[in-house]
Design a protein around this ligand. Structure first.
Ligand SMILES: [Zn+2]
Length: 118
């Protein structure tokens, strides 16, 4: 059995890769599940986030949500009040934690995690 992420050899009962920390489990299911990672308010930052994630081999998808601030429960209006653009960035479900950490480190306040509590 090989780690799906780094190809390290794993024993059958490993639940986490001891090389890269990848969580073994329902990989085939979770790999197909894309979840909303967070919001970015301008195209330049969004492209940068996309490229940064790609350099970590994390696939990401950007969706423009210009003029849409309707997500209930998320304080988007205040955060993006001076912005006329809004991008949603999505990554595969099993990479959300890693991607969140990377964007926190690279973008800082330039993005907002979808999980973040107000
Ligand atoms: Zn691994």
């Amino acid at each position: 059995m090989l780690c799906p992420k780094c190809r390290a050899e794993l024993s059958e009962d490993d639940t986490t890769c001891n090389v890269c920390g990848f969580k073994i489990g329902k990989v085939t299911e979770t790999e197909q599940a894309w979840v909303l990672l967070g919001y970015i308010s301008d195209k330049i930052t969004a492209d940068f986030a996309n490229e940064t994630l790609m350099s970590f081999e994390i696939p990401s998808v950007l969706m423009s949500k210009s003029g849409f601030f309707g997500n209930a429960g998320l304080a988007l209006t205040s955060f993006f009040s001076n912005s006329d653009q809004l991008f949603e960035i999505s990554v595969p479900a099993h990479l959300v934690e890693e991607a969140t950490e990377i964007l926190n480190n690279t973008l800082g306040s330039g993005w907002r995690s979808a999980k973040e509590e107000k």
